[in-house]
Ligand binder design. Structure first.
Ligand code: ADP
Ligand code: TRP
Length: 324
């Protein structure tokens, strides 16, 4: 089964990304699928229009994914821009994509509402995403719920292409990432780099500590019972604690006699236990940019070989002639 997903390098990675996406990518890798994971730097241009930032975020995502466990021996890990054929396929797919399909996409409207520039790149973003998926004959595409519509668009475009030019493209299925793991941010809203409410994956342990210790809790006195379901600290603890310990804390909330300082301290401890090995590997990779570059280059070569083969079929089916 070929699994494929793209990661936008548009900011620093946080624990929401880890529990909501990265951990599940790793599971798919460990289950013996043929995983293609790539850094969607062309997509990120719709929100990051500063060359140095785009370079930095791309490097951070590359190191970050390797640090948490993407294994280049098991998965093909690469940069979108190392497979230029994807831009060519985007154009070809554009020519079979009805305008109405793109006009219905809510993510364009959402992003414009959030302040992104309403340019053509943002509008045709789903076609580039379709090209990413279809160029590698992907079967399964793990994405968050918000990307479900883009997967439907991808399938529609693939069917339209196949009806016009013959059965060339593989129709992919979405694999919607579990939403039980929606991680709250430090302010209680969804953790997101856009809200500045994140616990970053690779920040120093004392910053993680400060952020957790400063989470605003309600003013219920220590001796009174409290509601774990309405507590950000508890929600963070349960991500990192064993089931049995989570239940013990839950009971202590309900019984009363527990101060928030106590659970905050334990959450810091457990969070840092999870993050420490990631930080160490991230730090090591930061000092070995040659290794990271080698991984991406090799991954890019493998991915490109698949893309080139598909593009030969696409060009000959569509009547596009090139001299190379
Ligand atoms: P952000 O909201 O910080 O901009 P992205 O949109 O780049 O994050 O998300 C990348 C991936 O991480 C997506 O698959 C998304 O579903 C997942 N993700 C992001 N934030 C969270 C969160 N708070 N809880 C669970 N998953 C998340
Ligand atoms: N649009 C996806 C997101 O914002 C990133 C992405 C780009 C992607 N190309 C893809 C995801 C192909 C899956 C498949 O998260």
């Amino acid at each position: 089964m070929r699994v494929l997903s793209g990661i936008q390098p548009s900011g620093k990675l946080h624990i929401g990304n880890y529990f909501g996406a990265m951990q599940q990518y790793l599971e798919l890798q460990e289950k013996g699928n043929e995983c293609f994971y790539f850094i969607a730097n062309y997509h990120a241009m719709t929100s990051v229009q500063e060359a140095l930032s785009l370079q930095d975020f791309t490097a951070e995502v590359a190191r970050g994914y390797l640090a948490v466990g993407i294994d280049p021996e098991k998965s093909v890990f690469f940069r979108q821009s190392d497979v230029p054929e994807v831009c060519e396929l985007t154009w070809i797919l554009s020519c079979v994509t009805p305008m109405g399909l793109l006009e219905r996409c809510v993510s364009y409207k959402d992003k414009v509402a959030q302040g992104l520039k309403p340019n053509h790149g943002l509008f045709c973003y789903p076609i580039l995403q379709a090209a990413d998926i279809l160029i590698y004959n992907s079967n399964l595409v793990p994405v968050g719920q918000d990307q479900k519509q883009h997967l439907e668009v991808t399938r529609d475009i693939a069917v339209k292409f196949n009806n016009t030019y013959g059965e060339i493209l593989t129709i992919p299925d979405p694999y919607i990432l579990s939403s039980t793991a929606v991680v709250p941010g430090l302010d209680g809203r969804k953790m997101s780099k856009s809200y500045d409410n994140t616990l970053e994956l690779f920040e120093p342990p004392n910053r993680t500590k400060k952020k957790i210790m400063r989470i605003v809790t309600d003013s219920t006195p220590v001796e009174d019972p409290k509601d774990p379901a309405n507590c950000i600290v508890f929600a963070l603890l349960r991500l990192v604690a064993q089931e049995q310990e989570t239940q013990q804390w839950q009971q202590r909330y309900r019984e009363g006699g527990m101060g928030y300082g106590e659970i905050k301290k334990r959450t810091v401890e457990l969070m840092n236990e999870l993050l420490d090995p990631f930080r160490q590997r991230f730090e090591k990779l930061s000092q070995d940019s040659d290794y990271v570059e080698d991984v991406l280059r090799e991954g890019g070569k493998k991915a490109r070989a698949v893309a080139v083969e598909l593009m030969d079929k696409v060009r000959s089916a569509t009547g596009i002639i090139t001299s190379h």
